[in-house]
Ligand binder design. Structure first.
Ligand code: FSX
Length: 311
């Protein structure tokens, strides 16, 4: 089944509409994709749980394209994705080296201990290429680097605690600012909406943490939460009540989660009886330690538990 550009545009339109981007956000995308010089998409995976890819693959729609693989493989000129691509090894490296203009999507943090050999995506002529080397080399030629998920953007769970492989965020490796679509994992609509803008060659307006303002610069999550002000949950798993006393991050961060929801708009954290853990925040998951240290009703400050080092 081949997906038409028209179908891809419908997918992007749905994602953009759900994010409040409006149809103007897609203006010119058809022309951009029809341009033979349109950038390819190259996706790399480093230190993470692959949940970012799984989340992306969870994109489902009632009409074509029915899933994210259709979007990437058949509509967006996917050059390589470690999970989706059939090719691997030296043949892939050859194709990657031939790439002209491409967008580099990176999922997962970058291990730097052991000269980077804790993560080796491929070999070249019998030599192991580290993820660190691949990121640095390919980012130099990329039209834009897009970090998919909190691990790539800020280190995330991959860089927490003892961090024996010395995982760093992508920006620390490339020395260049990245566009960050955080979340552990990020919502598939967030990835598609940002990718659509980049494919059009548009400038993505970002905040001080590299996050698209169109996604993360709006109202506090709390403001659109249907449970805000409805009772006060004192234990995890209680549904339909405000989670503020449990350390919910909804009052200090802005995400479209209440409106986009998750798993094809079936549910989201608060509806499932969990406070927002702040997974789009650069301090995540250190921030969630607040839940353990404070316990139920343990105050609403956001001072302690933050500022985890980033190597
Ligand atoms: Fe990290 Fe991606 Fe969290 Fe997992 O690979 S952002 S651990 S959901 O999936 O990088």
């Amino acid at each position: 089944m081949r997906i038409s550009r028209r179908a891809f545009l419908r997918c992007c339109a749905a994602a953009s509409a759900s994010l409040g981007l409006g149809p103007e956000g897609l203006t010119g995308l058809a022309e951009a994709l029809a341009d033979p010089k349109a950038p390819s998409v190259l996706w790399l995976q480093g230190s993470g749980c692959s949940g970012c890819t799984i989340s992306f693959l969870n994109y489902v729609a009632p009409s074509e394209p029915v899933d994210a693989a259709d979007v990437l493989i058949k509509s967006a000129n996917l050059l390589y994705h470690p999970t989706l691509s059939a090719g691997a090894g030296e043949s892939v490296v050859t194709e990657i080296k031939k790439a002209g203009s491409y967008l580099l999507l990176i999922e997962g943090g970058v291990p730097t201990a052991f000269d980077g050999h804790a993560c080796t995506p491929w070999s070249e002529g019998g030599r192991e290429v580290t993820f660190q080397e691949a990121v640095r080399t390919l980012a130099e030629k990329a039209r834009q680097v897009l970090c998919v998920g909190t691990c790539a953007a800020y280190g995330g769970v991959s860089a927490m605690g003892a961090n024996p492989t010395a995982v760093k965020r992508v920006q620390d490796i490339t020395g260049q600012a990245t566009i960050n679509v955080p979340g552990c994992p990020p919502h598939p609509d967030w990835i598609v909406a940002t990718l659509a803008q980049l494919l059009q060659g548009k400038t993505v307006s970002v905040d001080g943490q590299g996050r698209p303002v169109s996604l993360f610069g709006g109202r506090r999550t709390c403001d659109d939460c249907p449970f805000h002000g409805r009772g006060e949950a004192r234990t995890l798993g209680v549904r339909g009540q405000c989670m503020e006393a449990l350390g919910c991050w909804g009052e200090v961060i802005a995400t479209p989660c209440p409106t986009t929801q998750w798993n094809n708009r079936v549910s989201w954290c608060m509806a499932a009886g969990s406070p927002c853990l702040g997974c789009i925040d650069p301090t995540f998951p250190g921030a969630t330690s607040l839940l353990r240290s404070r316990g139920p009703g343990g105050g609403r400050g956001r001072g302690g538990g933050r500022g985890r080092g980033r190597g």
